[in-house]
Design a protein around this ligand. Structure first.
Ligand code: SF4
Length: 199
């Protein structure tokens, strides 16, 4: 049994762009985006999101939006809700991705994800050797508070994927398994968006 316990080192990595080629992703569901946009309006701060996980629906000629991500290409290179002294300022409505961090969802194929550890978190970097070999039981012990949040995050993702599959098998949508980048880029320019929402 390990004695290692996750402790946030307040590096702010989870809320900021990472220097280099890596694109930091803080995924948020449409309902989470709504709440954050509302708070940003009230606080009069600039908060931008960009489509993240999307599928083209060739039957209805629409882009299905499953998640967005918080845009970090601003002056602070970070989430506008992050405060240097206080950290996150939207604790009560923090997106699931933030609640679970440094646990994250890793996409393993078009429709499936698994719980993984973000290698860019400072705690993870400092304990990389031990974390590299952990099994599920150890993972639950080390990330005692974060693991249950990661499970909620994972289950919500699963519900979204089930909804997509259900729409497919009932012929309400059609998602191509192969598509050229040129076609996809064309669709992105002209098709309307439809958000896929689950509770
Ligand atoms: S919502 Fe809070 S925890 Fe999430 S990225 Fe923004 S400041 Fe960080």
């Amino acid at each position: 049994m390990t004695n290692l316990k996750y402790k946030c080192m307040m590096g702010g990595t989870c809320c900021h762009e990472i220097p280099g080629d890596y694109v930091k992703r803080i995924p948020i569901y449409p309902d989470e985006a709504d709440k954050l946009i509302e708070i940003a309006k009230k606080r009069e701060i600039e908060f931008k999101i960009i489509e993240d996980l999307i599928f083209p629906d060739i039957k209805n000629e629409k882009i299905l939006v499953l998640t967005y991500r918080i845009r970090l290409d601003n002056e602070s290179q970070g989430c506008p809700f992050y405060d240097k002294k206080r950290g996150c300022t939207v604790h009560n409505i923090k997106p699931l991705a933030c609640q679970a961090y440094p646990l994250a969802l890793k996409q393993i194929d078009a429709f499936n994800f698994e719980i993984s550890i973000d290698p860019l978190c400072n705690f993870v970097i400092n304990n990389y050797e031990e974390l590299e070999t952990v099994d599920l039981e150890k993972l639950k012990t080390i990330f005692q508070e974060e693991y249950p949040k990661a499970v909620i995050f994972y289950r919500k993702n699963k519900r979204i994927m089930f909804k997509i599959r259900e729409l497919e098998v009932t012929n309400k949508i059609s998602i191509p398994r192969e598509i050229s980048l040129d076609h996809f880029n064309d669709y992105l320019k002209i098709w309307d968006r439809e958000e896929i929402r689950v509770k």
